[in-house]
Design a protein around this ligand. Sequence first.
Ligand SMILES: [Fe+2]
Length: 204
Amino acid sequence: MAFTQAPLPYAFDALEPYIDARTMEIHYTAHHAGYVAKLNAALEAYPELMAQPVEALVRSYPDLPEAVRIAVRNQGGGHYNHTFFWSIMTPGGKAESPFMVQCIEQRFQTFKDFQKEFEAKAVSVFGSGWAWLCITPHHTLEVVATSNQDSPITNDLTPILGLDVWEHAYYLKYQSKRPSYIDAWWHVVDWAKVEELYRAACNT
Ligand SMILES: [Fe+2]
């Protein structure tokens, strides 16, 4: 038993021109693959942990044996977060449905207000991390940021949208212009997938 990367659901160049092929290739084959390899190495002596889904490990990493805690937090988080990230993007993007717009407007007034809050969170991450749209245990929407490969699932939040703002996600094309990368990324968000995750989390 070992953790493995699911195939990328589209070609490396499928998100062009918003996310370039070279960045996608390096991101998937070096960065994400690296997290998986290091997670497997760290858990080699723990077959009972290897048998669990990565999501379960990341969710409860503070309760794991100290020897593997940091590896699960960083490498496990990296594996979980990237698998999630690939899944909420699609070539050309898929527009938000009236249902999803209504859900977002109920919480953030307007869709534009939501985007502004999400962008502000993404821009304000100091160093490496992520911005997320999550469902709380009370089924409300919340925009949060996490550092490094920390994941909202550890804090009992269910992500339905997530943006990798590590420089490895955008530096080749956008250099230090993180806001330009964020602007472009909206074009490849799969809002049909976001809605599917929302409905699953809220039982609607
Ligand atoms: Fe990444």
